[in-house]
Design a protein around this ligand. Sequence first.
Ligand SMILES: Nc1ncnc2c1ncn2[C@@H]1O[C@H](COP(=O)(O)OP(=O)(O)OP(=O)(O)O)[C@@H](O)[C@H]1O
Length: 218
Amino acid sequence: MISLNNVFFTRQDGGTKRQIINDLSLTILPAAHIALLGDSGSGKTTLLNLLAGLLSPDAGTITVNQQKISELTASELALYRRKIGIIFQHYQLLSPLNVKDNMCFQARLNGLSPSDDEVNTMAKKLGLENKLTAMPEQLSGGEQQRVGIGRALLNKPKLLLADEPTGNLDAARSLDIVTLLKSLCEEEQIILIMVTHSQQLANQFTTQLFLKDGQING
Ligand SMILES: Nc1ncnc2c1ncn2[C@@H]1O[C@H](COP(=O)(O)OP(=O)(O)OP(=O)(O)O)[C@@H](O)[C@H]1O
């Protein structure tokens, strides 16, 4: 479960301060799947970064699975970040590593050692069973994003944050990837929060939240 209580976050915009997140309170239940929508610049990525512990609120508290992340020290935050899943629009695979090692990368960083069985099962679910020894540059965009999903899931997160994960893919492939991502999160009871500009993709989610003026309109 996630709760945000009276969270404020400002950015310096030229000479003035701009309130990006403005007294936001929100509860997200375990295993919820949420599409986060909002105009460009409304603060969607900022909100994901606050949940990822990459930014700290100016005021208010953020609690993720009973851990008050807004009060953690830098080293505690580094440990917290290792445990959550993040999927980026630009995949961010490591080019010298093959698919298998990319998929295992975050889990290994977090002290887990996925077995060959686990990796093969995940690769199969992602349709990557014949690509485990391929290098990232030999993959299509959709395949690279599936490696990104595998990398996040093999780390067994309780929370997965996805920032426009299909922003680089065409509509049909985006729908396939989001459907797959959602069903894998359902299977593993993972909270999924996905930023998207696409209403069609958001419609795959039972909960849609709209960020506007630093506030959530659910
Ligand atoms: N590092 C930064 N320094 C200053 N301002 C920033 C910084 N990063 C983002 N901003 C500003 O904060 C606001 C919110 O940005 P954010 O990236 O969270 O929006 P978004 O809703 O994710 O936008 P988009 O849909 O275009 O990706 C924007 O006005 C942006 O210009």
